[in-house]
Design a binder for this molecule. Structure first.
Ligand code: PGA
Length: 241
């Protein structure tokens, strides 16, 4: 549940978190909520039944980096992990090299790294496959095989983020195989522990289809995650799988 820069106040954030926690009760899977940074600590303390991750982290452990947040601050706030490489961060200048350092730092400090990857456009020449390979290779470039259990790959094609419809489940199935192939080329069987998620224009119906036919272990949800009615529908739909 990636809340992005929403909602506007802590009062609303707490209401949304409480609603999410209520709907999560009948859900057998794990829900991670990624609130805006100022809400992270108070939500960890205030709505304890949810699991939280941060939306971003800096690639240095500390220092003169105005406006940034470090892995130790995220851990100390009580988050379990962090999103790294989200398309909106990449669009703001985050590079594959920074992703490598962030994943390495986050996993070393015990955080779970949810690495977002995905091409901007789907060209017919297959260049997008190279983009995906480069992003995955960078994401795991700084970690030991034993840290793979702290890694999760969220495939979010940029053209599906904020769009009306998600990618087709058949295409996601193919992409999931491709992602697993790259990971197993790099780590062999050890890579099997890495879950693959899909993100981009997910709601209750599309989440269910993606889980059934897209060969993914979870979904990353943007807009629908800040609408309590949609959160309820989504978790209800996934609970019956
Ligand atoms: P969306 O965003 O669900 O609003 O398309 C997904 C994301 O950016 O993680």
């Amino acid at each position: 549940m990636n809340w992005k820069m929403n909602p506007g106040t802590y009062t609303e954030a707490r209401m949304l978190a409480r609603a999410t926690a209520r709907f999560q009760k009948s859900f057998p899977g794990v829900v991670y909520v990624a609130p805006p940074a100022p809400f992270l600590y108070p939500l960890v303390r205030g709505v304890r039944s949810l699991n939280y991750v941060a939306q971003r982290v800096h690639e240095e452990p500390q220092g003169a980096h105005t406006g940034e947040v470090s892995v130790s601050q995220i851990r100390d706030a009580g988050a379990h992990g962090v999103l790294i490489g989200h398309a909106e961060q990449r669009a703001a200048g985050e590079t594959n090299e920074q992703v490598t350092r962030k994943v390495s730092l986050a996993t070393q400090s015990g955080l779970y790294a949810i690495v977002c990857i995905g091409e901007s456009v789907r060209d017919s020449s297959g260049d997008y496959l190279r983009t995906v390979r480069e992003q995955i290779t960078a994401a795991v470039g700084g970690i030991e095989p034993r840290a793979l259990k702290q890694l999760c790959v969220a495939y979010e094609p940029v053209w599906a983020i904020g769009a009306e419809k998600p990618m087709g489940t058949h295409d996601m199935h193919e992409m999931s195989l491709y992602i697993r192939k790259i990971l197993s080329e790099l780590f062999g069987k050890a890579a099997r522990v890495v879950p693959v998620l899909y993100g981009g224009a997910i709601d209750a119906e599309t989440a269910r289809n993606m889980m059934l036919y897209g060969d993914v272990q979870g979904v990353l949800v943007g807009r629908a995650s800040v609408d309590p009615v949609k959160v309820k529908d989504l978790l209800a739909a996934l609970s019956t799988l």
